[in-house]
Write a protein that binds this ligand. Structure first.
Ligand SMILES: *[C@@H]1O[C@H](CO)[C@@H](O)[C@H](O)[C@H]1NC(C)=O
Ligand SMILES: *[C@@H]1O[C@H](CO)[C@@H](O)[C@H](O)[C@H]1NC(C)=O
Ligand SMILES: *[C@@H]1O[C@H](CO)[C@@H](O)[C@H](O)[C@H]1NC(C)=O
Ligand SMILES: *[C@@H]1O[C@H](CO)[C@@H](O)[C@H](O)[C@H]1NC(C)=O
Ligand SMILES: *[C@@H]1O[C@H](CO)[C@@H](O)[C@H](O)[C@H]1NC(C)=O
Ligand SMILES: *[C@@H]1O[C@H](CO)[C@@H](O)[C@H](O)[C@H]1NC(C)=O
Length: 474
């Protein structure tokens, strides 16, 4: 079970428990983490190159070409433009309906007379005068495609052009005038990090340009999830969400259907592949949650009146701060106004708390995903427990923070700041070489470094990090 290890299983279990999913992470990332764990100086990039070269590197050129043209089509968001382009150039229309070459997610965009049948999880494509699609596809519309643990519960959808279907395609029972987007709320959706990186940001990328004129067809519908993120869903689509798995024998007809969501990179958007940036996404969140603060406080030299707000993300069950009062008092002495919160899944409270702060600090975990709500130029301080979290820390929150225009500081705890010191001597392998200790055995890693480790910050040392954060607000 080597791939079945580490990474974001380090996240809070509270959300997952509600769903009963194990918190896991894409095997691609886990593979990277193993590479990096084995060779600390070999970053994720060489590992990725390795994997691509070993896998379908040869196909890469082809992929780029195809995804570029699919991308272009979608980005215009102008169906009549697509139509006229197609009419002018017959060959363009012969593009495959689906792009299954992208390493992150499969994505289909089908324009014309498209009929969605929930009972058979099939998207039928009616014939048109212009073109005969002769290829069918099967897609699992969740953006973590190489992680079998995430993907296996995701419902499979067939994209079946009439020329390939062996039966007459079903008659429409419901007509919709706006495009439909089919996506899943299964997989790791219950984990806050995955909710954003696997679904919400990809959904924004895929549907924002419709300006609300789009219907969401949710497969593996999770009522709790849909409720939790209702503000986002309602802002992206003006229409009620359809629970497509339970649509009975109805056949829903659309002028266009997208199956699957685009995914660029963990927690971010590649502006070269989208008309939107992660800043646009954050502005969108501020609007959806009516968050007032666009920019973090800008301190003047020698200013005493305004105190920057520091949010301490206080986990309760594991990786919690055992000396939170001491941390708060040190921060207050430095001039902060301190707020401590666990940041639960209450979405009328959490975004507002985070947005009201200028600095957010917390131990590595899914709670830090709430950085999306921080104002521009805020500071994120990620605290890394014992266990070699560097790579995960960077991929999950460090790099995303930088893309989001959030200053990023990291604080690696020392042995004596870890509760592990109560159980192991200083020279124990648990400290000296965590990788040798857990040997990529997930259960061992989880129980030792994630579940059974608390943090007692050395406030004398940590004060420097808090002071640096203050400097960054000047
Ligand atoms: C697209 O082209 C088809 C076939 O010519 C036509 O029936 C349809 O109305 C066009 N749609 C739009 C949105 O222009
Ligand atoms: C869409 O494309 C058509 C044809 O190119 C153009 O006439 C129309 O103005 C475009 N609409 C928008 C909203 O861009
Ligand atoms: C149609 O597309 C082909 C291949 O992309 C291109 O060579 C040709 O010039 C195009 N024709 C028109 C009329 O745009
Ligand atoms: C579909 O049609 C194209 C172009 O006519 C052809 O090259 C391809 O082999 C066909 N694919 C299948 C699966 O029939
Ligand atoms: C998004 O939410 C904000 C705040 O509730 C609201 O003002 C705005 O109209 C919403 N946009 C859409 C497209 O629903
Ligand atoms: C969520 O937080 C708001 C504001 O603090 C509160 O009014 C509401 O009762 C909370 N909802 C739940 C389900 O706890």
């Amino acid at each position: 079970m080597m791939y079945d290890t580490i990474l974001s299983r380090s996240f809070s279990r509270s959300d997952q428990k509600k769903l009963g999913y194990g918190a896991v992470f894409c095997c691609l990332l886990i593979l990277f983490s193993i590479f990096t764990a084995l060779k600390p100086h070999l970053g994720p990039l060489p590992a990725m190159t390795l994997r691509l070269a070993a896998g379908d590197g040869h196909k890469m050129l082809l992929i780029e070409e195809k995804s570029a043209s699919l991308e272009e089509e979608v980005n215009t968001g102008n169906d009549s433009a697509i139509n006229s382009t197609v009419q002018k150039n017959f060959t363009r229309k012969m593009e495959p309906l689906c792009n299954v070459m992208d390493p992150k997610s499969d994505y289909c965009s089908i324009t014309g007379d498209v009929r969605v049948q929930g009972s058979s999880s099939t998207v039928f494509v009616a014939p048109s005068e212009m073109v005969t699609h002769n290829e069918s596809w099967t897609i699992r519309p969740y953006a973590r495609k190489r992680d079998e643990t995430a993907m296996s519960p995701i419902r499979k959808w067939s994209i079946l052009p009439s020329a390939v279907a062996r039966q007459p395609i079903p008659i429409c029972t419901e007509h919709h005038s706006v495009p439909g987007v089919i996506f899943s709320t299964g997989g790791y959706a219950g984990n806050n990090f995955h909710a954003f990186t696997d679904i919400i940001i990809p959904l924004f990328l895929t549907s924002r340009h419709f300006g609300g004129e789009v219907r969401f067809l949710v497969t593996n519908r999770n009522p709790w999830w849909v409720q939790k993120f209702s503000a986002i869903l309602e802002n992206l689509s003006k229409y009620e969400i359809i629970d497509i798995d339970n649509a009975g024998e109805n056949t829903l007809c659309f002028p266009r259907v997208i199956v699957g969501l685009k995914h660029h990179k963990e927690m971010t958007i590649d502006p070269s592949r989208s008309p939107y940036s992660i800043s646009d996404f954050r502005a969108f969140l501020r609007s959806a949650y009516s968050l007032k603060k666009e920019n973090a406080i800008k301190l003047q030299d020698g200013e005493l009146k305004r105190r920057p707000r520091l949010l301490i993300v206080s986990r309760k069950r594991s990786r919690s701060f055992t000396n939170i009062a001491e941390i708060m008092s040190a921060a207050e002495t430095l001039g902060y106004e301190v707020v401590a919160s666990e940041l639960d899944s209450n979405m009328s409270r959490t975004p507002e708390i985070v947005n009201s702060c200028d600095v957010m600090m917390g131990v590595h975990g899914a709670g830090l995903t709430n950085l999306v709500f921080l104002p521009e130029n805020a500071v994120l301080i990620q605290i890394l427990p014992i266990g070699r979290f560097e790579w995960h820390a960077k991929v999950c929150f460090g790099d995303p923070a930088k893309h989001m225009n959030i200053n990023y500081l990291e604080y690696n705890i020392r042995e004596k700041e870890s509760s592990l010191i109560q159980e192991f001597p200083l020279d124990h392998v648990v400290f000296k070489d965590p990788v040798a200790f857990h040997k990529h055995n997930w259960n061992l890693f989880k129980s030792r470094y994630l579940d059974k480790q608390n943090v007692q910050l050395d406030v004398n040392r940590f004060r420097q990090t808090l002071a640096t954060a203050l400097e960054l607000l000047r």
